[in-house]
Design a protein around this ligand. Sequence first.
Ligand code: HEM
Length: 460
Amino acid sequence: SADTVTLDDDGIPVVDITAAGLSRTPLQRAMGLAREHGPIFRRRLHGRDATFVTSLELVTELADETRFEKAVGPALENVREFAADGLFTAYNDEPNWAKAHDILMPAFALGSMRTYHPAMLAVARRLMASWDHRVAEGASVDVPDDMTRMTLDTIGLAGFGFDFESFGRETPHPFVDAMVRCLEWSMTRLARKPGVDYTERDEAFRADADYLASVVDDVISARTASGDTSADDLLGLMLGAPHPEDGTTLDPANIRNQVITFLIAGHETTSGALSFALYHLLKDPVALRIARREADELFGDAADPDPSFEDIGKLAFTRQVLNEALRLWPTAAAFSRQAKEDTTLAGRYPVEAGQIFTVLTPMLHRDPVWGDNPELFDPARFAPEAEAARSPHAYKPFGTGERACIGRQFALHEATMLLALLVHRYRFEDHGDYALTVKETLTLKPDGFTVRLAERTAAD
Ligand code: HEM
């Protein structure tokens, strides 16, 4: 390749990729560099370095909260341009992080999932109504597009009582397009060449970010106009709940940033996870059969199953399918850690306070701890005995520590229920013999993934 490789003073490979550039798939490019250069390397681009780590040994240390903490690395600095001090992009020491974290935590306790369950089920039914039409027409469905419709409507309704009505639209809600462009801007801004004028792109970005903010204002004013001041969803907590200790509430600018953050974080990655899970089921008839048996046992031959909140906890194998899909393609595929003080990594790499390391999650998820065929999709890896025998640091699709994903249970409840409903209802035809290509817009999705659906017959 055109990359030039040197070793730094500590023996870490420094791979300068400036000649070839970053490509449209920087994450997969970094995965390739890890395969070639090992579990720690610096990627240099136009003189800027990013240090990536991939091994269980190194990630276990980075997960040590006494020595390391979340870093808002360059990619998240760009996301801050539109999400500012929202929960995802806030600095650790920014007072609004702890404040919003404390106020919003109750919205993600297990009991709260129970209150979101009916909205999640209602939106799952919208998706199936739309797919039933496709079955009747013999048409295929665009899986990532429809998963995005589903997850956006779910976070809108469950979190904010706001209906994006995505299934009534030919094309995705404009919020989605603007959001995707903002995420793309955040990603491609990392690859900028010195001396090039990016004003036009920045202006387009600003227009998109302003549009996102205007949607958020609609969401907030719909609530305030309704006069509903009960605090039983996310927006209710944001607008009204006092901090458990000091009694203050979130300020209006921060509320806006939180709404943008949750609308994005609350749907984009879950949509990708569902799409990858369906892709793997399509390609793995054995796993599909087991998932289907599990759903059939729960739903019987009900034409329109009505799962309760508790039922979803019984879908153990379906949950394993999602876990395994998120192992191979964790849809938020990297997170960064910084040293809290001068320290040493793995007893051999000296580290200065503030130094940043980016965990390349898909490669951690292919570490030798996963056995000698890590590319194989195998939900049995998440059977309880197998999980208990493995280090908790081998699997990090939701990040780590205090700043790990607050919405994990929300995503898993929503996605497990939908997957079970889909395998119960449809037969999937791989009509285009789909070959996986992964699209990157800061998050990951299977690109151009369509399936044809049919009603199940007695033989399925
Ligand atoms: C944080 C992944 C779903 C809200 C994170 C982080 C990851 C992640 C890796 C940590 C980022 C870092 O360390 O820089 C995922 C994946 C999801 C998912 C893979 C779906 C499969 C959700 C949902 C919500 C959500 C459904 C909201 C309803 C958040 C928030 C944070 C976060 C607010 C920041 C938490 C904090 O720093 O206090 N997520 N997420 N996520 N996620 Fe998720």
